[in-house]
Design a protein around this ligand. Structure first.
Ligand code: 13P
Length: 287
């Protein structure tokens, strides 16, 4: 059931669990996410970055595919179709093409400009019935060619952002996109506690969910994190399973080169990863 992320994230905040945002890359990925969420009766957020949308032939193609698949597979759990790290222009494009949730990432702008653009998008989101995520303090690592240094967000900026009426707030607390380096210092929970206090009731988002140890995930949820984004971990599971299939020579027997066979181990591996995340985040049976 296609929905925005307002109700699911407010329920997660009140119930002290987190909804997973799983980024999608193609049809197989999308199907794996929807089927796993349905199986576990969990709400789910499909994350789509601009470059992933470009790969899948544009935002409108993605929206049409997700909406049609949701209907064809008779998905009963709430599914939000969410723009990940969008610019102001990407946000407007997604509003037009049938996304139900938008992340405007103005973290590289001045705080004044970030607030101003976010305020405009809150108004549009309210008019169209969409959820809006804003970002303060850039997330570390490389995503879509954007290098973030992993700033710790300023709680005063978080309070100003929260006061605009956003639905979700992504705030840097030492989290990084992609694989964490060996010398990573971990999440900054003192910063998270201050941000949580400053943001009041606004559910917080933890980006860079790949590879964060279980205890840190649980502690982050206890401090107000209600949405956790995972992308790289599914890509790693998919790649490892696909490599295993080819290394065993299975693509060379029984028409194993057929994509309907070749891509199955990878899709199964993505499903196992998503299941693990949903259970760890606590959103199973919360649809
Ligand atoms: P990872 O790729 O590190 O899991 O991060 C995903 C993410 O935060 C998408 O916005």
């Amino acid at each position: 059931m296609i929905a925005n992320a307002c109700e699911m994230s407010a329920k997660a905040r009140d119930g002290r669990y987190a909804v997973a945002q799983i980024n999608i890359n193609n049809l197989e990925w999308t199907k794996a996410v929807l089927e796993t969420a349905e199986e576990l009766k969990s709400p789910i957020i499909l994350g789509v970055s601009k470059s992933a949308a470009k790969y899948m032939a544009g935002f409108s193609t993605v929206a049409a595919m997700v909406r049609a698949m949701d209907a064809e597979l008779d998905i009963s759990v709430p599914v939000a179709l969410h723009l990940d790290h969008g610019t102001y222009e990407d946000a407007l494009a997604c509003v037009k093409t049938g996304f139900t949730s938008i992340m405007f990432d103005g973290s590289r702008l001045s705080i004044e400009e970030n607030l101003e653009k976010t305020k405009e998008l809150v108004k549009i989101a309210r008019e169209k019935g969409l959820s809006l995520e804003a970002e303060v303090g850039s997330i570390g690592g490389v995503e879509d060619g954007i290098v973030g240094m992993g700033e710790i967000a300023n709680p005063e900026h978080c309070a100003l952002m929260a006061a605009l009426g956003i639905d979700l707030l992504a705030a840097g607390i030492g989290n990084i996109h992609g694989i964490y380096p060996k010398d990573w210092k971990g999440l900054d929970f003192d910063a998270l506690a201050k941000i949580h206090e400053a943001a009041g009731a606004v559910p917080l988002v933890l980006h860079g969910g790949t590879g964060i140890p279980e205890e840190m995930i649980k502690k982050a949820i206890s401090l107000g994190v209600s949405k956790i984004n995972v992308n790289t971990e599914c890509q790693l599971s998919f790649a490892a399973a696909t490599r295993g299939y080819i290394e065993k020579g299975l693509d060379q027997t029984n028409k194993g080169y057929d994509p309907r066979k070749l891509l199955v181990p990878g899709a199964k591996a993505i499903k196992a990863t998503i299941k693990e995340k949903i259970q760890l985040f606590g959103s199973e049976c919360k649809a």
